[in-house]
Design a binder for this molecule. Sequence first.
Ligand SMILES: Cc1cc2nc3c(=O)[nH]c(=O)nc-3n(C[C@H](O)[C@H](O)[C@H](O)COP(=O)(O)OP(=O)(O)OC[C@H]3O[C@@H](n4cnc5c(N)ncnc54)[C@H](O)[C@@H]3O)c2cc1C
Length: 541
Amino acid sequence: MSTIPVYDVIVLGSGAAGLTTALLLADTCKVAVLSKCDLSEGSTLYAQGGIAAVLDATDSTEYHINDTLVAGAGLCDVNSVRFVVENAAQAIKRLIGYGVEFTRDDQATGGPVYHLTREGGHSRRRIIHAADATGREVETTLEERVRENPNITVYEYHLAVDVLREKTAEGRQGRCFGAYALDRRSGKVNLFRAKAVVLATGGASKVYLYSSNPDSCTGDGIAMAWRAGCRVANLEFMQFHPTCLYHPTAKSFLISEAVRGEGGRLLLPNGERFMPRFDERAELAPRDVVARAIDHEMKRLGIDCVLLDISHQPAEFILSHFPTIHAKCLELGIDITKQPMPVVPAAHYTCGGVMTDHLGRTDVPGLYAVGEVAFTGLHGANRMASNSLLECLVYGASAASHILEQLTTLPEPPQAPQWDESWVTNSDEEVVVSHNWEELRRFMWDYVGIVRTTKRLERAQHRIELLLSEIDDYYGSFHVSNDLLELRNLALVAKLIVRSALQRRESRGLHYTLDFPHTDPIAAPQNTILVPKKFRLAPQP
Ligand SMILES: Cc1cc2nc3c(=O)[nH]c(=O)nc-3n(C[C@H](O)[C@H](O)[C@H](O)COP(=O)(O)OP(=O)(O)OC[C@H]3O[C@@H](n4cnc5c(N)ncnc54)[C@H](O)[C@@H]3O)c2cc1C
């Protein structure tokens, strides 16, 4: 029998989405929060810019909605956009109530008390922030509230393997009632049961060789939901940040776009400035244009990185504007007041994900998805900066309130067998996992990255099939490990990304293919929806 108690709700993931959901549920529910790393680790912790919300009298919800729709290149769901934008101010108020300290505007005389910045795509100042480390302030404050809440039990270093569905009387797949999770410290797989399960596992950017995301972003929730029978959508829209530091020991360190904003120039190894050849706005062109130009030059010349140079600015200016970047580079032996920094574009954000409605419900009854793992229709074909944390906060709250409304009528979870490892052995070939991991991320970068072609996508598709069959063999023969489970998920998500990219026969937003370089002019463009074999739309409570 399981030694883990039965909970009302299990939340898988502890970023802004998971912790928001857990805190709102915990007023009346017993909640378990599972996190595969430290509780605070995840993309949320590293978010720099801030959170978009209409907080200034000169701004309006209509402006915020319109900016989001423009960025989304015709694919945003206007209802979702309106829902998020209209609930933004309340979400910010809740964070402040939890104790989040946003940067104040000391100059304010009767205007907003909090300082608001403006970012690409936003027509107004509407980004509330905590200096340049908003995510850290939000995440650590939510963590404090969660740890002091007696109704929330935290399971760190617990990696969810798969969610569970009960069998209905007719022998069909029914409600989701729990998950198996690997305790990374003991190596044991535990059974967790609950009346509802919330996926809040973040994005899948680690499917690429270069990513701004922390190691946890391996698309686990997307893979688990797909295996459980949920539809996924728009996975071809992966957002790339143009400049991530390229250094063997600097994992995932983002070089803010502000460096280009303040005069930083992109150079080839021979010192040639190349952006003016691609766009008249040169380094100030939009993110996707700059990322594509860098990718083009890297592929053309077969080079590993390009250079970003701000050293022509006075040293005091660099130190006062970019203290964190300066300190980080100096640690690695690069003095940016004197020399350029090596940079590459990096996978940054997963716009697609598990299909949900405005209550966070997936196709599987009892299974919810919130945050970057979910596809809500908010981002369309391109995410507007600072809308993603907001999405976590708003959908986390709506999923929690729906679960609370339903809770008393939901059935107790059924019994389930413990994880059975009787037929597997210890692997003596861990190298297979590390090799496949490396290979997958490299060919995804080369063939399914910023600029795509049908031929490259088909090449990737072929390799993924081979990898998946090797991984399946391995999964069926050996004890599961953290790396194996993440690789299994990454390979599945890679397959779904490639399938989605092959289906879109146009270039739109973040999806750019040389075979169909133009945007289809049709009035009502469609989302790319993939349907798993197990899919059967069940009536939702
Ligand atoms: C460098 C950087 C800067 C950014 N800047 C901004 C910004 O300024 N504004 C903005 O709006 N957005 C920004 N973003 C995007 C934003 O941070 C993310 O979209 C958002 O934080 C996602 O939150 P989340 O809760 O969905 O996932 P995360 O914060 O990624 O949390 C996911 C959680 O799931 C857990 N997990 C994953 N798989 C499993 C599993 N199998 N079992 C158990 N637990 C699991 C992880 O351990 C983690 O706790 C930035 C992202 C990055 C990487």
